[in-house]
Design a protein. Structure first.
Lengths: 132, 642
């Protein structure tokens, strides 16, 4: 069974590296990584990942703006997006409710649990028909 | 009539004394003569008497004369005194008139001084002060109010302060002409709002409105005292931004550290030697502690600043307690502590997530400080109209001198606790802060060596969170159960309403409540019994709905964001054509007899329930009972189309 493809968008090199290892080693995802919103959108169009994990606070196009552009583009509109952010805590996702995302994972994340969190959100969205 | 000597004038007294001396002298002569006579005419009694009587004549003449003179003098004296009294009376009268004149002058001066003082207070007050009449029209503003709004005093008078032109909804849309919320409720109210200046710019204000009650007990308008809170809002904004930035900047490196350590600890990158694993475990544990500390500090700041919204919904005391206990079971098993729950099921309106957090913190503490084999009890019950939760342990207890500070930040009974027990010293402070925001309070009872009981109470309905800026109104009223709501008179929608009950037995309750969360909770509760609910968040909305749908019952809050409950009842009184509409007044305001009478329709039933002291179940029960009683009156009931 081919590994599922996830696109990780985060401006922090260290976090990209840690999260990539975590997703690959623990969850057996195939990981693509982008360091910013613009690069992320380009990779999403080209690579058509099954899910996108996107940081919120990034220079240039930030997370919410990236989500908006992804959803506006028919080529990427159907790809489910999960936000990864240091701005909120697990019980506090307010402000992201209006964004078309399937979930929010707070930083710092547990690298051994990250893959499971992504999978749970992805599956819940598929069951509720949020994803295409 | 004889006057006492002390009442005669000095000359009168001298004359009387003179006559008395003369009489005494005569008496002395008489005595001497009698003695001499006795010697001369011894043995003759008749001669003695005659001789003595002859001598007595001048004596009595003198005495008589003295009395006459005394009487004359007294009469003259009385006359003189009368004249004197008359003169004194006239003087007193004159003095009285003078005093009256002086008093009137002083009164006029006093009134003038008071007026000057009041004016100088109004003139120099830093806060804006406005007087509104019963229609909400400005009749007076002080210079500060003019300065803040940019209007000259004369320009504001005759206008609506809480209507155009000074007050528009955020985004510039005008309010409908409205009476301020407190105008008819007879109560002091405090709130925040957005005022608009003459130049079209806005500023946030905190205001207090106090009704002016006349001698007859009728409202004669209200006084609005407001202050510009732009600076405060700005500092709160900066603080929130700082919190957000700090949160991000601290968590970003921690994410990399914790992530790397987690991968090493998890063996993803290969197995480490035993000592290496131990070192990594220590690093992970302390990183987690640092993360908890940062999260707790940020949480307190965010809750205090209102950055975290309180999301109210229906809560179940037993369900919440059992859920938390279930989540804490692994921790309890590890510590070999037994958890028991003895909870009464109470439905109330609050923020379940925040209560969950409080219970988790308390339970976590109780487990940490319990000996192996001990039991921690969680209980809840209805107590004095509030929901009481208690978490009891049989741990080491808290010394009396530490009890007062236990809810302060970084308060630990023992300085080594944060190290040994893994706490941050902020858990109880977070509980305290959360409960404050939910309208509750927390306290602890403890005995060293025997254990502690942490208790907290919550109102049955948590207060609505305050927000700067007016409450937003949707273009059309909220509705449940798919009742169409177009208002024939409302230019925003234009269509006419054609509300049809799906069957004749269907019951419709009109909930007039500006607290949208609470209204939604009430609607959900009533929906369980097949009762349809219409929600109006303002007086005008309630009237608009009542024009088109004759509700079977009115569940009414008094203080609304726009209009008030009185105007709704007033409208119904004149428009309900027949029959009676039961009303449940559900309010936080203490209403006097007169106010209660205003909320009764002729021949109708009005029941009064106090917010925060009435369980949602009680409301359900009242609604169902009243609907049952009203069902017989349904036939032939309608609402005038006017």
């Amino acid at each position: 069974m081919p590994h599922r493809h996830i696109l990780l968008i985060d401006d922090e090199d260290d976090i990209r590296e840690v999260a990539s290892i975590s997703l690959e080693a623990v969850g057996e995802w195939r990981v693509s990584a982008a360091s910013g919103g613009r690069d992320g959108i380009a990779q999403a169009i080209a690579g058509q990942p099954e899910v996108i994990l996107c940081d919120v606070m990034m220079p240039g196009i930030d997370g919410p703006a990236t989500v908006g552009l992804l959803k506006d583009d028919p080529r990427t509109a159907g790809i489910p997006v999960i936000l990864l952010t240091a701005r909120v805590q697990s019980t506090d996702h307010l402000g992201f409710d209006l964004l078309d995302v399937i979930g929010v994972i707070p930083k710092p994340f547990d690298p051994m649990a990250l893959s499971g969190q992504v999978e749970a959100l992805f599956e819940a969205a598929q069951e509720s028909g949020t994803t295409s | 009539m004889l006057l006492p000597l002390n009442q005669l004038s000095p000359s009168g007294r001298a004359a009387v004394y003179g006559l008395w001396l003369l009489a005494l002298a005569c008496l002395a002569v008489y005595v001497a003569a009698v003695i001499t006579g006795l010697r001369i005419f011894s043995g003759s009694d008749g001669l003695q008497l005659l001789f003595g009587g002859l001598f007595l004549v001048p004596v009595w003449l003198c005495a008589l004369r003295a009395a006459v003179v005394r009487s004359q003098v007294a009469s003259a004296q009385r006359e003189a005194d009368g004249a004197q009294r008359e003169a004194d009376g006239a003087q007193r009268e004159a003095d009285g008139a003078q005093r009256e004149e002086d008093g009137a002058e002083r009164e006029a001066d006093g009134a003038q001084r008071e007026e000057d003082l009041e004016e100088s207070i109004l003139r120099s007050a830093g806060e804006g002060i406005a007087r509104l009449d019963n229609d909400g029209v400005v009749t007076f503003v002080n210079p500060a109010a003019s300065r803040m709004t940019g209007y000259a005093a004369g320009d504001l008078e005759g206008r609506f302060l809480h209507g155009r032109p000074t007050n528009r909804r955020e985004g510039g849309g005008a309010y409908e002409d409205e009476i301020h919320p407190s105008s008819n409720s007879g109560n002091h109210a405090q709130d925040v709002d957005l005022y608009w200046r003459e130049d079209g710019t806005s500023f946030p204000v905190e205001f207090t409105s106090t009704p002016i009650i006349g001698g007859s007990g009728q409202s004669q308008g209200q006084v609005i005292v407001f202050k510009d809170i732009t600076d405060r809002m700005e500092s709160e904004r900066v603080k929130n931004e700082f919190t957000s930035v700090v949160s991000h900047e601290l968590r970003t490196p921690l994410t990399s550290i914790r992530g790397s350590l987690g991968l090493l600890e998890g063996g993803v990158l290969g197995q480490l030697p035993e000592k290496g694993q131990r070192m990594i475990a220590i690093a992970v544990e302390n990183t987690d502690r640092l993360i908890r500390l940062i999260n707790d500090i940020l949480d307190i700041e965010r809750i205090k600043s209102g950055a975290i919204d309180i999301e109210r919904g229906e809560c179940d005391s037993r369900g919440l307690s059992e859920h938390v206990v279930e989540e804490m079971l692994p921790m309890a098993h590890e510590a070999n502590v037994e958890l028991t729950v003895a909870c009464q099921q109470i439905k109330f309106v609050s923020d379940a997530d925040r209560i969950h957090r409080v219970l988790t913190n308390l339970l976590s503490n109780a487990i940490k400080f319990s000996e192996s084999g001990a039991t921690v009890r969680v209980s809840c019950e209805l107590s004095q109209g509030m929901v009481l939760f208690q978490v009891s342990d049989t741990g080491r207890g808290i010394p009396a001198e530490k009890l007062a500070a236990i809810f302060e930040r970084f308060s630990q009974v023992d300085a080594s606790d944060s190290r040994d027990k893994g706490g941050t010293g902020l858990g109880l402070s977070i509980c305290h802060t959360i409960l404050e925001h939910l309208g509750g309070r927390i306290w602890v009872e403890s005995e060293v060596g025997k254990g502690s009981t942490f208790s907290f109470v919550l109102p049955l309905v948590a207060p609505a969170p305050k927000a700067v800026g007016p409450v937003e109104h949707s273009a059309s009223p909220s509705v449940h159960s798919a009742v169409p709501l177009n208002d024939g008179e409302d230019s925003r929608t234009g269509d006419s309403l054609d509300f049809q009950r799906s069957d004749a037995s269907e019951r419709v309750v009109l909930v007039v409540e500006d607290d949208a969360d609470l209204a939604a909770v009430l609607a959900a509760m009533l929906g369980r019994y097949g009762i349809k609910t219409l929600i109006a968040t303002s007086g005008p909305e309630a009237i608009s709905l009542s024009r088109r749908v004759r509700p079977d019952l009115l569940l009414l809050d008094i203080r609304l964001s726009q209009g008030d409950g009185y105007e709704v009842v007033e409208w119904l009184r004149t428009h309900v054509s027949s029959g009676s509409l039961p009303i449940i007044v559900y309010t936080a305001i203490d209403l006097d007899h007169q106010s209660r009478e205003r909320l009764r329709l002729d021949g109708g039933t009005t029941e009064f329930l106090t917010k925060a002291q009435t369980t949602p179940e009680d409301i359900e029960a009242h609604v169902r009972r009243l609907l049952g009683a009203a069902s017989e009156d349904r036939v032939g009931v309608g609402v005038d189309a006017s």
